[in-house]
Design a protein around this ligand. Sequence first.
Ligand SMILES: [Zn+2]
Length: 250
Amino acid sequence: MEEDERFSICTECARHQELKKYIATNSTPDCRCALFLQTGYPCCSSAHTPNLENVFKGLIRIYYNEMDYNHHWGGHSSPIALLAVENEIINVSRIISEPTDREPGLELLDHELSGMPYPDVDKGIGIYAGHTDGQQNMLLRAIKDWDAWSLIDLKRNLQKANAHELEASFKDKLAGLIGPCKAVILNGTSFFRARIGFDRIEQEDTWGEDPTPRYVPFSDSDLGAPPPTDSLCRKAEPAGRFLSLCRIVS
Ligand SMILES: [Zn+2]
């Protein structure tokens, strides 16, 4: 594909600071911005910086719900419609269209964002949840709106309890994070894939009491990836590949 058929953007047309930084550090000489149609500012093109597409995809994941840009679920036909109006990612006031055969700048970006809708997790960022074994995965939600469950619980509980009553339990939760945050992983540390799950549940003989389940873990050749409902595509654990890691402490 010709270079002027690839998407390019300059630092002036970028609004988000991370996008501006990416462009500034990956700019190429004589790059013509596909949105403002001029040279003169630091600018980078997808022709030379393949990750430009992923920077956009990452920002789309932060700001937008898939339902807003997936027309199968009532949204726009692509995320580009959301970038064509005022937004946090690009400066729409600078977009110029010219009467030529060339695709307008946002159309060029649209082609590139739709080129690989379901990349493997190590190949790029997915902005569509897609399917696993014919089942629709949960639609992706804007990361900026997604609080941890503990925070959601705290907000809910604060509506019906005195904050001082909740303070101790929340401090306990925060205390539990200090250890992992202080952990130092030395260069060269070995990690191994961890597999969790259970093969079956056995009931303990409790002589008439309520039965207590006993979980029998996988073993030997039954060790494997969890079922798709526990391991969805484009999350940390893609279907069929269990990526939770553990370190063997000797
Ligand atoms: Zn520009």
